[in-house]
Design a protein around this ligand. Structure first.
Ligand code: PEP
Ligand code: MG
Length: 570
């Protein structure tokens, strides 16, 4: 038995066999000529055979799949035998080709790049297919090298997916009926990969050094609450997994509204990115949307979406919440969510660069058009639309943004508080903004000067850190000052991942937060704990957490006072 310790990002106890994520395909050496000892004819035959075999594998997967995934796989299978790609590669084997002969691997690599470029230059739908060509190219090169296909491994049996880290795109294609848990040696608990794992409800442990070397097929026990992975589990672990499955079914439901034990209301909202997410959030009982991440609607775009496209994308969310609050955030491009039409890929320090609201300075007009689209979509639906800007750092920025929003006809305009300067000046910012929403993921990253994507910094990227709790309190205190100064209530929500931690949710309530927004999967667990505490008790626990010298003591102390967490396996 071997135990690995990491950071638990989604609770859940499961037993399963490990499948390792294949390492990404490396670019073949340029200028090395034909593969040694091979003739052009032999290399041609290898390319044709590899393309056929990749096509057959993709067709096989398409036949075994339904829905959207089937269509995607069928289209990708066609691409694997695309004449432009295959013939283009074969031409590059010849000594007369520009740059001389290449190996089969190199020829496929270059031909794939050329096809992808061509598609990109066509724009629109065709441009969006360029990443699919690059995926097919990697599959053919893997086949030529006799390596496993890149991407999530295929398996008939459910498995525990292990790896160094996953690209957000890989995580998005995870099939939760096949992947029962996710364990990575790198990655932070607030990385977008972790966020997506949480959204899928997958028990997950990140930053667990060594799990990417667990042998293929090894049975493991994953405890997503404790953040541990154990190889060769025994009877006790299997029983814990069965008990969890029973518990999870009981915790799957949240209906009505969230009130504390004394009747204090604390609405639970959902974080969403698309209409599909919104439908799921509504079905999970969310009382509204606390964060619509609009950049996620356009991650695959390299040109600015038209106003019509934007109206359709936002309307697809609004329609699921008639009469309910939907907080839509303007594009938060940059850092790990680059949008080529807004951000500069060459920035040396993108998390500290031109991201979020700041793109208004380098690409003026995009924000104004987005606000126009939001207002148009809002006018077509009955949702109560609130708008907010990400990465606000100063009062001037808050004043400028809220003015733009109101000029566009949006009545309720607020800001994200995710930069420490905004937390510390909340009373001034909220003199202009109608509300604040704490983005605890970035607030933690910036307070602790710790890149949220980095596994080795996971212990710093912890919203229980005393400095982060202090900044949350500063924001709530600032809102109280602004409320009495303006005579208008200034609500402060939380839409970072901290809201989805049931113990921390109690602390946030005690600090004065007025709503919590999270992935719909976490609503029931957070509600199950919050309804057992009064506001006075939450305030008492918040004071204990604030007074603790370390993140660990804050968490341990609060958990000790909330035995309900253990009873529920949270
Ligand atoms: C946050 O920073 O907490 C947040 C909600 O924004 P994002 O995770 O999209 O950066
Ligand atoms: Mg953020």
């Amino acid at each position: 038995m071997e135990q690995f310790h990491g950071v638990g990002v989604t609770p859940g106890r499961v037993v399963g066999r490990v499948r390792q994520m294949p390492t990404p395909i490396r670019e073949p050496e340029p200028g090395a000529g034909l593969s040694s000892g091979a003739s052009v004819e032999e290399e041609t035959a290898r390319i044709r055979a590899a393309s056929k075999s990749v096509q057959a594998a993709l067709k096989g997967r398409a036949a075994a799949t339904t829905g959207d995934a089937k269509g995607v796989l069928e289209a990708t299978a066609l691409m694997a035998a695309d004449p432009m790609l295959v013939k283009g590669a074969i031409k590059l084997l010849d000594a007369s080709a520009d740059g001389g002969a290449r190996s089969a691997e190199r020829a496929v690599w270059e031909s794939g790049a050329a096809v992808a470029e061509k598609l990109k230059s066509l724009g629109g739908y065709m441009a969006e297919r360029s990443t699919d060509v690059l995926d097919v190219r990697a599959r053919i090169v893997a086949e030529l090298r006799g390596l496993p296909a890149p991407g999530i491994p295929e398996s008939d049996e459910p498995f525990v997916l292990a790896g160094e880290d996953l690209a957000p795109a890989d995580t998005a294609t995870l099939d939760p009926t096949k992947v029962v848990a996710l364990i990575t040696s790198a990655g932070g608990p607030q990385s977008h990969t972790a966020i997506l794992a949480r959204a899928l409800g997958l028990p997950a442990v990140v930053a667990a050094e060594g799990v990417d070397r667990i042998p293929e097929g090894m049975p493991v026990f994953v405890d997503g609450a404790a953040g541990t992975v154990l190889t060769d589990p025994g009877e006790a672990e299997s029983e814990a997994a069965v008990a969890w499955a029973r518990q999870a079914a009981a915790l799957a439901l949240f209906t009505g509204s969230n009130v504390l034990a004394d009747g204090h209301e604390l609405p639970l909202l959902a974080n969403v990115a698309t209409g599909k997410d919104a439908a799921k959030a509504a079905a999970a009982g969310a009382e509204g949307v606390g964060l619509l991440r609009t950049e996620f609607c356009f991650l695959d775009r390299d040109t600015e979406p038209s106003i019509e496209e934007q109206v359709a994308a936002y309307g697809a969310v609004f329609e699921h919440f008639p009469g309910k609050k939907v907080v839509i955030r303007t594009l938060d491009a940059g850092a790990d969510k680059p949008l080529p039409f807004l951000t500069n890929a060459e920035e040396p320090n993108p998390a500290l660069g031109v991201r979020g609201y700041r793109t208004e300075w380098t690409s003026p007009g995009v924000l104004g058009r987005q606000l126009e689209a939001i207002a148009a979509a809002a006018s077509e639906h009955e949702a109560e639309v609130w708008v907010m800007a990400p990465m606000i750092a100063t009062t001037d920025e808050a004043e400028h943004f809220t003015r733009l929003a109101r000029e566009a006809g949006l009545r309720t305009a607020g800001v994200m508080v995710e930069v420490p300067s905004a937390a510390l000046t909340a009373s001034h910012i909220l003199a202009h903004a109608d509300f604040a929403s704490l983005g605890t993921n970035d607030l933690t990253q910036y307070a602790m000067a710790a890149d949220r994507m980095l596994g080795p910094l996971a212990h710093l990227n912890n919203p229980w850190q005393p400095a982060v709790l202090g900044l949350v309190k500063a924001t709530c205190d600032g809102a109280a000052v602004a409320t009495s100064a303006t005579g208008t209530s200034k609500p402060v929500g939380v839409c970072g991942e901290a809201a989805a931690d049931p113990a921390l949710a109690v602390v946030l309530a005690g600090l004065g937060v007025t709503s919590l927004s999270m992935t719909p999967r976490s609503l029931a667990a957070v509600n199950a704990v919050l309804k057992t505490v009064t506001l006075a008790k939450a305030q008492e626990l918040a004071a204990l957490a604030l007074g603790a010298p370390t993140a660990q003591t804050a968490r341990d102390t609060v958990r000790e006072h909330l035995p309900v967490l253990d009873d529920l396996g949270l």
